[in-house]
Ligand binder design. Structure first.
Ligand code: G6P
Ligand code: MN
Length: 441
């Protein structure tokens, strides 16, 4: 029997890259059935029809289909790749603008943009996991849905036994860029990392001979030899946002040279420098809608119209490869090293054992085994504790719909300077998100 893979949120603009890797690696994954599932009929139908044609015309034997019927999609599934976005990028851009108009970070995973997105996404994802439990309890769920930090906290709190791995392609992308800088392949290096999702640090970069390359990287940055890293990810290369972000990451490392930072720390350590470059009239959400989103669906329409995908090509990068590599590691029990979000359970010895943290882990058919980190320093621990309290308070708000809990969550976010701003941003976000958040009491 072959494996059935389901793309939950199959109409996502992030689907094409994954679909391309699945097509190329179908044999080694023993993939025989692929279903694109989405509650957005138009999108899933466009991407679904495209994928059917593209797979068939490139000689794939995989049986591709698409549906808006969840029960049908999940029936006998082996793997579910989850990436959903209630409110689409439209709602993302609305949130960004509200935050920016009050002078605070509006990014969809960091700051209060992340709070708003979490309020939309948590109920939807918990509902999906409950369905998996009922329909296909043996299936593995690999979750890319954002804001992964908060969402993973909600998932493991509500479903501690679920077969779900919460992942992000940012650590692997940054590790790839570091490897490239040293003229090495990612597989030649062993990275030691700890933190929360979009909120972590590398402590060591060990090469084939056991030498730690982090001191070298630090020297090169502090001496001014380098002020950025070349991207390792074909998907983001050339995108000004990522070019600026990689430069800012090196600038952060220069100012806090102990450990190498995940680039998303830019929103917490230098929010003023981030907002300075933001345009309240044209945000990242707008950019994605007018770029990737428009391009993908126009291409689907064109291919469907001409009736052939022969002159069309899907592009795969780190995002698609990473999730498929993890599925492969589970299927073949490779016990390869990745980075995942899991309950701490003592891996960071001086951090809440029940909190979800982002750590390197060896993945095989029984799931992920995280590595031991030991004690972390006061600076990182302090930042993580406040951020974790914010995440937990956000989960509590999504589950209880308490307004008091909401304002407390908002105040725990480091990007919020005071109560006046926090309350204004929260109230305005609530007004435009009621349909998704539900009623706060
Ligand atoms: C990286 C992050 C993801 C995030 C994406 C943003 O891959 O790890 O969590 O969703 O970047 O991409 P976008 O183009 O939508 O801003
Ligand atoms: Mn991410």
């Amino acid at each position: 029997m072959g494996n059935k893979f389901v793309m939950v949120g199959g109409g996502s603009t992030q689907s094409p890259g994954i679909l391309e890797v699945l097509r190329k690696r179908a044999t080694e994954l023993n993939l025989t059935e692929l279903v694109l599932y989405d509650n957005d009929e138009k999108r899933v139908s466009l991407l679904g029809q495209y994928t059917e044609m593209y797979y068939k015309e490139t000689g794939s034997k995989v049986n591709v289909s698409y549906t808006t019927n969840l029960d049908e999609a999940f029936y006998k599934a082996d793997f579910l790749f989850l990436q959903i976005r209630p409110g689409l990028n439209k709602q993302r851009a609305i949130d960004e603008k509200i935050c920016l108009s009050h002078g605070v970070v509006g990014q969809e995973t960091c700051g209060i943009g992340g709070f708003s997105f979490a309020m939309r996404v948590i109920p939807a994802v918990l509902e999906i996991i409950q369905k998996v439990k009922e329909i296909c309890p043996d299936a593995w769920i690999l979750n890319y849905t954002n804001p992964e930090a908060i969402l993973s906290e909600a998932i493991y709190k509500e479903f501690p036994e679920a077969k779900v791995l919460c992942i992000c392609d940012m650590p692997i992308s940054i590790e790839g860029a570091i490897a490239k800088y040293f003229g090495k392949e990612h597989k030649d290096l062993t990275f030691k990392y700890f933190g929360l999702n979009h909120f972590g640090w590398w402590t060591n970069i060990i090469d084939e001979n056991g030498v730690d390359l982090l001191p070298q990287l630090r020297t090169d940055v502090l001496s001014g030899k380098i002020d950025t890293l070349l991207m390792s990810n074909e998907e983001t290369e050339g995108d000004q946002y990522w070019i600026d972000t990689y430069r800012q990451m090196i600038s952060l490392f220069k100012r806090f040279p102990e450990y190498f930072p995940n680039c998303y720390l830019q929103y917490y350590l230098t929010p003023d420098e981030m907002i300075e470059h933001d345009n309240v009239k044209f945000t990242r959400g707008d950019y994605v809608m007018q770029g990737r989103e428009k391009h993908i669906f126009e291409e689907c329409e064109r291919v469907i119209e001409v009736g052939t995908a022969k002159d069309s090509k899907l592009h795969a990068g780190v995002h698609g490869n990473y999730i498929v590599d993890i599925a492969y590691a589970i299927i073949h029990n490779t016990r390869e090293r990745f980075v995942v979000n899991k309950k701490n359970h003592g891996a960071i010895s001086n951090f809440d054992p029940e909190a979800v943290v982002e750590l390197p882990a060896y993945i095989g058919s029984s799931g992920a085994e995280t590595i031991n980190i030991g004690e972390i320093p006061t600076f990182q621990k302090g930042l993580m504790e406040m951020q974790k309290a914010y995440e937990q308070k956000t989960v509590e708000t999504a589950l209880t719909k308490s307004y008091q809990s909401a304002i407390e969550a908002v105040m725990l976010n480091k990007t919020i300077p005071n109560y006046t701003v926090g309350k204004k941003v929260l109230d305005e976000l609530y007004t435009v998100n009621k349909e998704y958040w539900g009623v706060l009491r």
